[in-house]
Ligand binder design. Structure first.
Ligand SMILES: Nc1ncnc2c1ncn2[C@@H]1O[C@H](COP(=O)(O)OP(=O)(O)OP(=O)(O)O)[C@@H](O)[C@H]1O
Ligand SMILES: [Mg+2]
Length: 249
């Protein structure tokens, strides 16, 4: 049985003349939590949009579960965009219910039950009948996560899901993410925080649309040669090595 969730074969992408993804290849196995780290503008969001099929590579191929990704056909995929894309006039419950319908939860009874479960999971019971435009930024973020996971997809893309969350809720989210991967969900998550990175089983460091390092948090930290190196130090180590190589050439 093929154990690959995502297979990226030598893709490049540019916005006009700006090359954003540069001959990138990556295979992501099923059932792992896979983190994308990199500075602002390094291409994390673009890469996620290429993987969900919202952008097409200029060259190379992306396969999700062996098929080219088609957004309209996304029952297998959950996608939480970096900026919440919600219906501001609708309530928390109505938004999550809307996405549940789109993702094919047809049975009304089961859908209502699942929507309530998700509201509880993102800890918004007291706001369930409040419209989105009356929520705080972090609360909108939580609704957006609820919308992405409501149909329990086997492949979940979360673009900076923990931005704006308080530490308590961030820990609660990670408990949930870990339980999802334990039941076979593949989780792809972009982040700037080393706290998120430390929770991921595998990581890539991205820089200018290229992968400069790939491995588990421990492997990346060990690559610095310092036994007590942090992930932040590991990231800087790989940036420096890449710069040294560029100077040698
Ligand atoms: N719609 C667009 N049109 C033109 N250029 C874009 C567009 N979206 C992104 N870019 C450019 O592509 C590059 C990569 O952007 P991207 O959003 O993928 O980075 P990112 O790693 O997600 O950054 P951040 O950490 O800030 O979210 C940046 O130089 C950005 O300015
Ligand atoms: Mg981004």
């Amino acid at each position: 049985m093929d154990n690959t969730a995502i297979d990226i074969d030598n893709i490049s992408f540019s916005y006009g003349r700006l090359q954003v993804i540069d001959n990138l290849s990556l295979a992501i196995p099923k059932g792992v939590s896979f983190g994308f780290l990199g500075p602002n503008g390094s291409g994390k969001t673009t890469l996620i949009r290429l993987m969900v099929g919202l952008l097409k590579p200029k060259s190379g191929n992306v396969l999700c579960f062996g098929e080219p990704p088609v957004p309209a056909n996304a029952k297998n995929i959950g996608y939480m965009p970096q900026l919440p894309s919600l219906y501001n006039e609708l309530t928390v419950r109505q938004n999550i219910d809307f996405f549940a319908k789109i993702y094919g939860l047809k049975n009304r009874q089961q859908r209502m039950q699942r929507v309530e479960e998700v509201i509880k999971l993102v800890d918004l019971q007291s706001k369930r009948n409040v419209s989105i435009n009356q929520l705080s930024g972090g609360m909108k973020q939580r609704v957006s996560l609820g919308c992405a996971i409501v149909h329990q997809p086997p492949l979940l893309f979360l673009d900076e899901p923990t931005v704006g969350l308080d530490p308590d809720l961030r820990a609660h989210f990670w408990e949930h993410f870990t339980s999802l991967t334990q039941t076979g969900t593949t989780l792809i998550i972009s982040s700037h925080t080393m706290d998120d990175a430390a929770h991921c089983q595998q990581l890539i460091f991205l820089r200018e649309g290229r992968i400069i390092a790939l491995g588990s948090p421990n492997e990346l930290r060990a690559a610095t040669g310092k036994p007590d190196a942090t992930l932040e130090e590991a990231f800087l180590h790989f940036i420096r090595s890449q710069e040294e190589q560029a100077n040698v050439r």
